[in-house]
Design a protein around this ligand. Structure first.
Ligand code: ZN
Length: 256
């Protein structure tokens, strides 16, 4: 219990701290794209440096500043999973403005269509939910303890080798969003809808197992499209004992 409290505090601290610790290669990738776009916009003005920081904004903010030739980029960590062409579109939008040049319309169009996708709208919704202190609670629910379920699944399906992420129950009992893996916060959140005695343990396990597979099988990029449920992901998902039966039980619960 003491440990639960600690991991929860760490998670909330992380969400509320000014900055996130993220993979340096993500920052380097964004820096490269911004530098290239800046070079196209201002071919005769070389940048002394480009510094990128991801911030836990609750929206898609991106701020840029140039001081003494050094470009500083502060952007929301929702862009951590964005493909290069979206970072490029974003760079065009903010840097054109900074350089007082018109933005070629293809970039805002590309950006808007990405932001408007179902998956992104879902992410934005979740990020807003997660970042309010009151919307997430720790792994111990009224019926199920997510840490206990995680370790059990970890042992059964991953040889106990999966590092435990932050685990929590959502405050609202959503039926439309039963689980979510949030890579920028290394957190799995399950809907409180599942934390009820009439929900069989196997059903909760199935949802948690699905989210754990997101850790095991990261998203793949194909021709600029991001695929989260890859073929190997789906194959692994079907390894869950009586997968069909428990999926059907879950669907039935959702429509009860
Ligand atoms: Zn999924």
């Amino acid at each position: 219990m003491g440990e639960n409290k600690k991991s929860r505090a760490t998670y909330l601290d992380m969400l509320n701290r000014g900055e996130m610790q993220v993979a340096p290669q993500a920052a380097a990738r964004v820096a490269g794209v911004f530098e290239q776009v800046h070079r196209t916009l201002k071919p005769r003005t070389a940048l002394a440096s480009v510094e990128v920081r991801f911030r836990p904004y609750a929206n898609g903010n991106c701020q840029v500043q140039i001081q003494n030739g050094a470009l500083a980029v502060r952007l929301s960590d929702i862009y951590l999973g964005a493909p290069d062409e979206i970072i490029e579109a974003l760079a065009w939008m903010v840097l054109s403005k900074l350089c007082r040049k018109p933005v070629p319309p293809e970039y805002p169009n590309r950006f808007r269509s990405w932001m408007g996708r179902k998956e992104m709208r879902r992410t934005m919704h979740l990020v807003r939910q997660l970042r309010g202190r009151k919307t997430i609670s720790g792994p111990q629910g009224g019926c199920y303890n997510l840490e206990e379920l995680f370790e059990d699944l970890n042992h059964r399906f991953f040889h106990g080798l999966m590092a435990r992420p932050n685990l929590g129950w959502s405050r609202t009992a959503s039926r439309t969003l039963l689980g979510h893996w949030d890579p920028s916060h290394n957190a799995i959140v399950l809907s409180r809808f599942l934390d009820r005695p009439e929900v069989p343990r196997e059903v909760v396990e199935l949802v948690l197992y699905h989210e754990m597979l997101h850790l095991r099988y990261p998203a793949e990029h194909h021709n600029g499209r991001r695929r989260v449920h890859t073929r190997s992901f789906r194959e692994a998902e079907r390894q869950f004992p009586q997968y069909k039966e428990w999926s059907a039980a879950l669907r039935k619960l959702l429509h009860s």
